[in-house]
Unconditional design. Structure first.
Length: 285
């Protein structure tokens, strides 16, 4: 038995069904080292730490007891927003999630990835980019879901709050953005270069942040589905503009929401490896 990534339901899934997307993405990564492919593969600055030996990750066939999640109120210039913060004991870092348009901190796909990071000792914060009043208004008009200056500014406020809050102060910080949340994450990384140590994007509308792409110094991983051609094209264009450590991985067979068997597991694995490579402060032994 395992948990189904998008819904959280348990179901039987033969391992063979998950293999094609995983194997194909690894093959594509190998080809990405060829300069003719147009992708450069950034080598991690530190070896990826092994998974904690007593823990099993989602999708491994067992169920893991995750750290307790607490709801936090994050003050803004005007009002506040709510977030769900999970703090594993001795966290290696904290990853702030920026959801896509029309979604919220309850996004099942983001929560699936967050669970993977938590089992690896990384704290996660999923929060609502819009206040309750803004969300109600957006449901009627749709005026805020593509308001990238508003969304990225909101993310910057959350980054500043994480840096100052007593339980997360001094903890290395990363960003994970999906769809329009990916654009907000890129702009926030450009706005807070000293605070953001790593960025992971899933199916991002990266074109909405292209004006700031050359300012980003944080190591950035772009994950796109092979059956999401327009988003792939936009991410490839953004990738060429990034000047820091970077990597673009296409997951063959995956569509925009990564609903195909094995696709979201691959996203989670890649995100985990990226954050474990760049977030922790490794001290010489």
């Amino acid at each position: 038995m395992r948990y189904d990534p998008p819904s959280g339901r348990r179901r039987d899934t033969p391992a063979a069904r998950r293999e094609p997307a995983v194997a194909a993405s690894r093959a594509l990564e190998d080809r990405a080292t060829d300069p003719r492919a147009g992708y450069a593969v950034a080598e991690p600055t530190h070896p990826v730490p092994p998974r904690p030996p007593s823990r099993a990750l989602p999708g491994d066939g067992t169920v893991e007891s995750l750290p307790k999640t607490q709801e936090v109120a994050i003050p803004l210039g005007r009002g506040e927003i709510r977030g769900d913060l999970a703090l594993p004991l001795g966290s290696l870092g904290v990853v702030v999630f920026a959801h896509g348009s029309g979604s919220s901190r309850k996004s099942p796909r983001n929560r699936w990835v967050a669970a993977e990071l938590q089992t690896s000792g990384i704290a996660t914060l999923l929060f609502d980019l819009l206040t309750p009043e803004e969300e109600r208004r957006d449901l009627r008009t749709g005026e805020f879901r593509f308001d990238i200056p508003r969304l990225s500014g909101r993310l910057v406020e959350v980054i500043d709050w994480v840096a100052q809050w007593s339980e997360t102060r001094g903890t290395p910080l990363g960003l994970y953005g999906a769809s329009t949340g990916g654009a907000a994450a890129l702009i926030a990384a450009a706005s807070r270069p000293d605070a953001v140590r790593a960025v992971v994007l899933r199916g991002a509308r990266s074109d909405l942040a292209d004006a700031r792409a050359r300012e980003i110094r944080s190591p950035t991983l772009l994950l796109v589905g092979g059956r999401d051609p327009e988003i792939r094209r936009l991410n490839e264009a953004t990738y060429r503009k990034l000047v820091g450590a970077k990597k673009l991985i296409v997951i063959p067979g995956a569509t925009h929401l990564f609903e195909e068997p094995g696709a979201l597991e691959e996203v989670s694995r890649r995100a985990r490896e990226w954050f474990l490579s760049f977030l922790p402060v490794h001290k010489p032994t």
